[in-house]
Design a protein around this ligand. Structure first.
Ligand code: BTN
Length: 325
């Protein structure tokens, strides 16, 4: 019922729709229509009511809905199923659960907010409602499990390209999973895989992208380090439009990865590599090492030269604790 009222209001934005007409088309009393109006307002729709004139739509929330998303995609065939959740603990957890129930390769799980969004290394990912993107992609690639970590970098390249396309800003990448705008982090990627010996069962790639967050919406400890498209770009962005560009970019870059590995995407990574040539502190296992980042190789490994070292070593995993700005 609320959907019919919403359609009627959206058909003529800014103009009044008479309460009587709404009631007639919905087969409802004025009091019942009023209840529907209240329901839409609670969902974030700005609706003005004027005695004698009716109702008019003044603003809509930044919703992410399947119909609009699909209409914006250039590569819709890649995506086999969509799950949109108003709230969940973690979209990665939901995607893993769906994978266990046989969900298809190319399933997208997207939530408006998360109560227990997870970052790398057990960190928490701030996930307030209405302003950002929290999503997980379920994939079932036929690749060697040893190559699965490269999917984090493939996703980062796809995300950087889509962010640049939408905002016109330069996105930088910090190995292995962070996207920076200027010197602040705007997005992170958390890939989780399930494998049986040498067979990959599935990979879940979680992406958290700060879209319309304002500086004041980050908690204290994060505020100096985090940014969003809105803060960096100086205007707000439609979440569904950003999501569509990312999903298209992912479909294209994933196709290149399957055809030729990470190598063909390396130039896209290297051009945005925020660590290349810089002094860094790398944590690997329980060791912390100071040295210089020499870039990333064609299999997505970090090239790192220790202080006083004469050659680069390659690291498949690790965490950059500090880097030169
Ligand atoms: C990081 O930078 O540490 C990775 C952050 C990944 C956050 C996203 S939000 C959607 C998905 N669900 C989660 O619980 N985490 C990822």
């Amino acid at each position: 019922m609320g959907d019919l009222l919403r359609r009627m209001l959206e058909e003529c934005p800014g103009r009044y729709v008479s309460g009587q007409e709404v009631g007639r088309r919905m087969g409802m009393s004025r009091a019942a229509v009023w209840k529907q109006v209240q329901g839409l307002r609670r969902r974030g729709f700005g609706i003005e009511g004027a005695r004698g004139a009716g109702y008019r739509l003044l603003g809509r929330p930044d919703l992410i809905e399947e119909k609009e998303l699909v209409s914006l995609l250039s590569h819709p065939a890649f995506w086999k199923a969509f799950r949109f959740l108003p709230v969940t603990d973690s979209t990665n957890s939901r995607a893993v659960e769906l994978a266990g129930k046989g969900a298809l390769h190319g399933t997208l799980v997207c939530a408006d907010s998360q109560t227990a969004g997870r970052g790398r290394l057990g960190r928490r990912w701030e996930s307030p409602p209405g302003i950002n993107l929290y999503l997980s992609l379920l994939l079932r690639p036929s690749i060697d499990p040893a190559c699965a970590p490269q999917l984090t970098l493939v996703t980062a390249v796809a995300l950087a390209m889509s962010v640049e396309e939408v905002t016109g800003l330069r996105a930088m990448l910090k190995w292995p999973n962070d996207l920076y705008l200027g010197d602040r982090k705007a997005a992170g990627i958390l890939a989780e895989m399930s494998a049986d010996f040498d067979t990959l069962r599935h990979v879940v790639i979680g992406v958290g992208l700060n879209v319309n967050a304002e500086q004041s919406s980050f908690p204290e400890g994060l505020s100096a380090k985090a940014t969003s498209l809105r803060i960096a770009g100086g205007r707000s962005f439609s979440r569904v439009a950003v999501l569509a560009r990312f999903l298209d970019s992912f479909a294209v870059n994933y196709g290149k990865f399957l055809a030729g590995g990470f190598g063909p995407l390396l130039p896209e990574w290297s051009r945005r590599d925020t660590l290349k040539g810089k002094k860094v502190v790398l944590r690997h296992g329980d060791k912390e090492m100071a040295g210089r980042c020499m870039g990333v190789d064609g299999s997505g490994m970090l090239l790192f030269r220790r202080d006083k070292g004469s050659r680069s070593e390659r690291f498949a995993s690790g965490e950059i604790l500090e880097f030169e700005r």
